[in-house]
Design a protein around this ligand. Structure first.
Ligand SMILES: C[C@@]1(CC(=O)O)C2=NC(=C\c3[nH]c(c(CCC(=O)O)c3CC(=O)O)Cc3[nH]c(c(CC(=O)O)c3CCC(=O)O)/C=C3\N/C(=C\2)[C@@H](CCC(=O)O)[C@]3(C)CC(=O)O)/[C@H]1CCC(=O)O
Ligand SMILES: NC(=O)c1ccc[n+]([C@@H]2O[C@H](COP(=O)([O-])OP(=O)(O)OC[C@H]3O[C@@H](n4cnc5c(N)ncnc54)[C@H](O)[C@@H]3O)[C@@H](O)[C@H]2O)c1
Length: 247
């Protein structure tokens, strides 16, 4: 198979036709709307979620089966119908008009494929698995995890000389907030007690100093005072620039 040629489409104000109003169309319309495309949906029936978007005035619904003239003036068409004869009719009408045509039912008949996507700030990562969505989804999920666990260099610079208090959540490491995880991963010193999610501490780089305050020889009343001293000492004024408290 020839190589794919990736692009970032800038669809604001451009007509995009979606043919079919079922599960796949419901999944694909929101990102088209987020790109500010003018979305026109052609389908005899649509899902309640799409109905809600029509009622909110976000997209135009043409309530009937596809007709070739629906593609007049379109820049892109997404086909998600449960009828292969109808899908072939859309492909033919798209080719005649030089409109790229995504086919949810037939990768070989498509002139464009939809990637699995993750976004972080200004960055969009789009993954194509050579026609295997399971592969693209798995790779996308791994990249999304990496992006969530790393701060952009600008964010890290802002953390210099600060102390962050991070709530550990109910205990399951998967339930810490995204920002909390980012701050813990960026810390030079982590002050934690036994309530801090254990697995999260296991993930820290070996150079990170972890101070387990549960093991300090102080009574409950003196403990918080001593933790405060550590945060001041190791935090902004101290040798170490950043600290996070896992409580
Ligand atoms: C990435 C994602 C984007 C999106 O849809 O937004 C996407 N498919 C996703 C999911 C998914 N697809 C399928 C299942 C159920 C079966 C399963 O589990 O395997 C699931 C899982 C589910 O639905 O949960 C079945 C399937 N898919 C295609 C065919 C037809 C064929 O292969 O010929 C059939 C058989 C249909 C049948 O048998 O009837 C075709 C395509 N699917 C593509 C993209 C393009 C290739 C991109 C690439 O190279 O990676 C391509 C070629 C064209 C296109 O559709 O653009 C999205 C992840 C969404 C997310 O999580 O973000
Ligand atoms: N690419 C993917 O990610 C993926 C994933 C799963 C399934 N599929 C395939 O994609 C296709 C669509 O899946 P779905 O779950 O959205 O199906 P669905 O049955 O939920 O929806 C099909 C929609 O097409 C409409 N429709 C039927 N004939 C039409 C016509 N001539 N003109 C306009 N609209 C018409 C129906 O009214 C319905 O709204 C199926 O062929 C399915 O096998 C693709």
């Amino acid at each position: 198979m020839s190589q794919l040629y990736p692009l970032g489409l800038r669809l604001a104000g451009l007509r995009v036709v979606v043919v079919g109003g079922g599960a796949i169309a419901t999944r694909r319309v929101p990102s088209l709307l987020a790109s500010e495309a003018v979305v026109v949906l052609v389908s005899p029936e649509i899902t309640p979620a799409l109905q809600g978007l029509v009622e909110a005035g976000r997209l135009e619904w043409i309530q009937r089966r596809f007709e070739p003239a629906d593609l007049d003036g379109a820049w892109l068409v997404q086909v998600a119908v449960d009828d292969s004869t109808a899908a072939q009719q859309v492909s033919a009408a798209a080719a005649e008009r030089r409109v790229f045509c995504v086919r949810a039912d037939d990768r070989d008949a498509a002139t464009a494929w939809t990637p699995a996507v993750t976004r972080q700030g200004a960055v969009t990562v789009a993954v194509l698995g050579g026609g295997s969505p399971r592969l693209s989804m798995a790779v996308r999920d791994r990249i999304a995890e990496l992006l969530a666990g790393s701060a952009a260099p600008a964010d890290l610079a802002e953390l210099r000389g600060t102390v962050a208090l991070v709530g550990g959540g109910p205990g399951d490491p998967a339930l810490i907030t995204v920002k909390g995880r980012l701050l813990v991963n960026a810390a030079d010193v982590v002050v934690a007690d036994r309530l801090a999610p254990g697995l999260l501490l296991d993930e820290l780089a070996p150079t990170v100093e972890v101070i387990d305050v549960a093991k300090l020889p102080y009574g409950p009343a003196a403990l918080q005072e001593h933790i405060n001293e550590i945060l001041i000492d190791r935090g902004p004024g101290g040798q170490v620039r950043r600290a996070a408290q896992g409580r």
